[in-house]
Design a binder for this molecule. Structure first.
Ligand SMILES: Cc1ncc(C[n+]2csc(CCOP(=O)(O)OP(=O)(O)O)c2C)c(N)n1
Ligand SMILES: [Mg+2]
Length: 332
């Protein structure tokens, strides 16, 4: 773990990181509760342990920048600025969700804030993100594309293909690996021959950094450095953010196979605990208390909004499947 106080932030940055990480944590905890109670009927993937790294990456990106994420996307979506009501309604399968309830939690997208797509196919986001970055490079629009993926994705062919082409074409892309130590129910050490993820990226010629993903500030600074390098035309960058999955793979799967002692010990490493201790040290605890109250209200509001939203109608299922049906293509 890095010396988390080493990279200083000003009070506004600290508060912004805290607000975002807390929103992620509160929304995630509430979603897990709703799913386990059967109130939200969906497969959801907890982000407990990713709050700080998601906040750090999201805040380092500009509003016009693009992001591509995975099924474990709640933290990324919040940090990139997708409205919470639209996220929760989509995860709940309701018509007021960002994809009108037809995508569900694995398919959150809101192109108006640059949150371009999320997929359930491990590793598939990287080539998609390369395509977005290639488009930006050709258009000269100055956008950075960030793509997040798990440690498991680094064993998929698409990861290697994407890193190779991005390096060759010097694409304006930030590859961001959320290394949470697990691929479903298997620890990294049991499914990966070479566990040096940062090193694999470096071997392709990318500038690659490893950060303590429980350290929101270090992650934020690393992401800022990467974004600046991309904007200077230095080509693709890679960050391996090392965290740990502080939950099961999904909201409902058993995770008794994970060490209880380790999970308990990591609770105190948690990004929110660390941010809060710096907030207290700087005399900002009253601000944090006000933020906490506001975040709780926003989360409550988003879940109430989703619960009051209608289910999508079956005849909407074929909408937006094809941009243009064209000859020989039939709408569903
Ligand atoms: C191509 C593909 N293979 C297998 C799966 C099944 N699967 C779903 S999640 C997952 C684990 C992926 O682990 P990782 O990339 O580390 O992401 P994490 O869930 O830990 O965030 C697997 C194997 C899948 N969705 N896609
Ligand atoms: Mg993983």
């Amino acid at each position: 773990m890095s010396d988390w106080n080493a990279e200083r932030v000003d009070d506004d940055e600290l508060i912004a990181l805290y607000r975002t990480a807390l929103t992620i944590g509160e929304a995630d905890a509430r979603m897990q509760k709703e799913v386990r109670a059967g109130a939200v009927k969906a497969a959801t993937y907890p982000v407990r342990g990713l709050e700080g790294s998601c906040a750090g990456l999201g805040l380092a990106l500009g509003a016009r920048d693009y992001m591509v994420s995975t099924y474990r996307n709640l933290g990324d979506a919040i940090a990139k600025g997708v409205p919470l009501r639209g996220i929760i309604a989509e995860m709940s399968g309701r018509v007021d969700g960002v994809a009108r309830g037809r995508g569900g939690g694995m398919h959150i997208e809101d192109t108006s804030v640059g949150f371009m797509t999320t997929t359930g196919v491990v590793g598939s986001g990287l080539p998609i993100a390369n395509g977005l970055a290639l488009g930006s490079q050709r258009a000269g629009d100055g956008r950075v594309t960030a793509v997040t993926f798990g440690d498991g994705a680094t064993s998929i062919g698409a990861f290697h293909e994407a890193l190779n082409l991005a390096t060759l074409w010097r694409l304006p892309i930030l590859f961001f690996c959320q290394n949470n130590g697990w691929g479903e129910h298997t620890p990294v050490s049991e499914y990966m021959a070479n566990t040096d993820i940062r090193g694999k990226a470096a071997d392709y010629g990318l500038a690659a950094e490893r950060v303590d993903g429980f350290d929101a500030i270090a992650t934020y600074r690393a992401a800022q450095r990467a974004v600046a390098a991309i904007q200077l035309g230095e080509g693709p960058q890679f960050i391996e953010a090392v965290t740990y999955r502080l939950s099961g793979h999904t909201s409902t799967t058993d995770y008794s196979y994970m060490s209880k002692d380790l999970l308990r010990s990591l609770e105190s490493e948690d990004s929110l605990v660390r941010l809060m201790s710096l907030i207290t040290e700087r005399g900002l605890a009253p601000d944090a208390a006000a933020i906490e109250a506001a975040v709780r209200r926003d989360v409550e509001d988003a879940f109430a909004f989703a619960a009051a939203s209608e289910w999508p109608q079956p005849d909407e299922a074929g909408l937006d499947v094809f941009a243009d049906a064209g000859p020989g293509v039939h709408r569903g």
